[in-house]
Design a protein around this ligand. Structure first.
Ligand code: MUC
Ligand code: MG
Length: 372
């Protein structure tokens, strides 16, 4: 008889960021994450995380709604069930709970952490096996000030923490954004990859105006320039051929991936475990991209260490991760909530090798940042 689930606990943590992080949809001064702990009758605990950006600024789930929905709707489905079969629990949840991808991802992550701990293997092994021990990690420059962004990038190049940068645009006028991107790229030089993320902030006309000057300035890629629902527009931008177009918010699971691939609406997919609805659906999305010849990027919701490492276990199983990852969320936060901080060095993140996620919470820190 396998161990059964005896409790599902959720709490919201609010952790200040190291500086304001300015996106077209939100200005973040702290990050809020929902921590999910699932305990079993044999005394093990699995942890998961759901984190979004700016309350309801980014998507349709907020930290508060995620917590209430897990407590009210997910927990009764899990309590008393055998904990050793994440797929059967996912099927049960999907039968009665629509949407709620971020909450589903947090719960599934905790179940995989539990299973890995029980079997003594890392989560990457449960997902088929790691082909990488470390992952390249890009940093996002989003202070809102061009000179500060350049100084920040130079610091990370000197300290060998990041050598690839993403710029957040869409908050200023198009003209100012173009100047900002060109100035940063010129300052960093031709060997440093600079990409931009508009977070749906442009109209199709603005995007049409922007792509050529961005390509001329040496920018490598444009992420989600226009509204997620405007697939036809994404196709037209992709067909222009000036720059690779990456889908992010438009990818809410394998069905979206298939529609975007069929319509030739993107050349790169940003894979996010929360947006996809969890580790396994993200894996399905990866398969669609691979079959369609679409390049892959390991995305983030600026998550804390739990979801960051869950993502790392998944991304470590991908043979060709052409655009690398941006798993820097924990570094944007002022403090670590782990007993041992994550290992970022030499432009990479080491994928933990211990059982489950391979990380341990610092309970004092967790208590300190838990919302009253
Ligand atoms: C997004 O839209 O990709 C990733 C990096 C960052 O700064 O924001 C996130 C979300
Ligand atoms: Mg994005």
């Amino acid at each position: 008889m396998s161990a059964t689930i005896v409790s599902v606990h959720t709490q919201i943590l609010d952790i200040p960021t190291i500086r304001p992080h300015k996106l077209s949809v939100s200005i973040m001064e702290h990050q809020s994450m929902v921590l999910v702990r699932i305990r079993t009758s044999d005394g093990l605990e699995g942890i998961g995380e759901a984190t979004t950006i700016g309350g309801l600024n980014y998507g349709s789930e907020s930290p508060e709604s995620i917590k209430v929905n897990i407590d009210t709707y997910f927990t009764p489905l899990l309590m008393g069930s055998p904990a050793d079969n994440p797929a059967s629990l996912r099927t049960r949840i999907n039968k009665v709970i629509k949407g709620n991808h971020f909450a589903k991802s947090a719960v599934e992550t905790a179940l995989y952490d539990l299973l890995g701990k029980r079997l003594g293997v890392p989560v990457s092994t449960l997902l088929g096996g790691a082909v990488h021990t470390e992952l390249p990690v890009a940093w996002t420059l989003a202070s809102g000030d061009t000179q500060k962004d350049i100084a920040e990038a130079r610091h990370f190049l000197e300290t060998r923490r990041h050598d690839t940068f993403k710029l957040k645009v869409g908050l200023r006028s198009l003209k100012d954004d173009l100047k900002h991107c060109a100035a940063i790229k010129a300052a960093l030089g031709e060997h440093i990859s600079v990409r931009i993320d508009v977070n749906q902030g442009w109209s199709e006309c603005q995007a049409l105006q922007a792509l050529r000057p961005l390509a001329d300035a040496g920018i490598d890629l444009v992420e989600q320039p226009i509204a997620e629902k405007n697939r036809e527009g994404m196709r037209r931008l992709t067909q222009q051929g000036y720059l690779p177009i990456m889908a992010d918010e438009a990818l809410k699971g394998p069905e979206d991936g298939l529609a975007l691939a069929r319509g030739e609406c993107a050349t790169v997919f940003a894979i996010k475990i929360e947006q996809a609805g969890g580790l396994r659906t993200a894996q399905d999305l990866i398969g669609i991209a691979q079959a369609a010849g679409i390049s892959l990027y390991g995305g983030t919701m600026l998550e804390g260490p739990i979801s960051t490492i869950a993502s790392a276990h998944l991304f470590a199983t991908i043979d060709k991760l052409e655009w690398g990852t941006e798993l820097f969320g924990p570094l944007l936060m002022k403090d670590s909530i782990l007993t041992e901080p994550l290992d970022y060095n030499n432009f990479t993140l080491q994928v933990p090798r211990g059982p489950g996620l391979g990380i341990t919470l610092d309970e004092d820190k967790v208590r300190h940042y838990t919302r009253a």
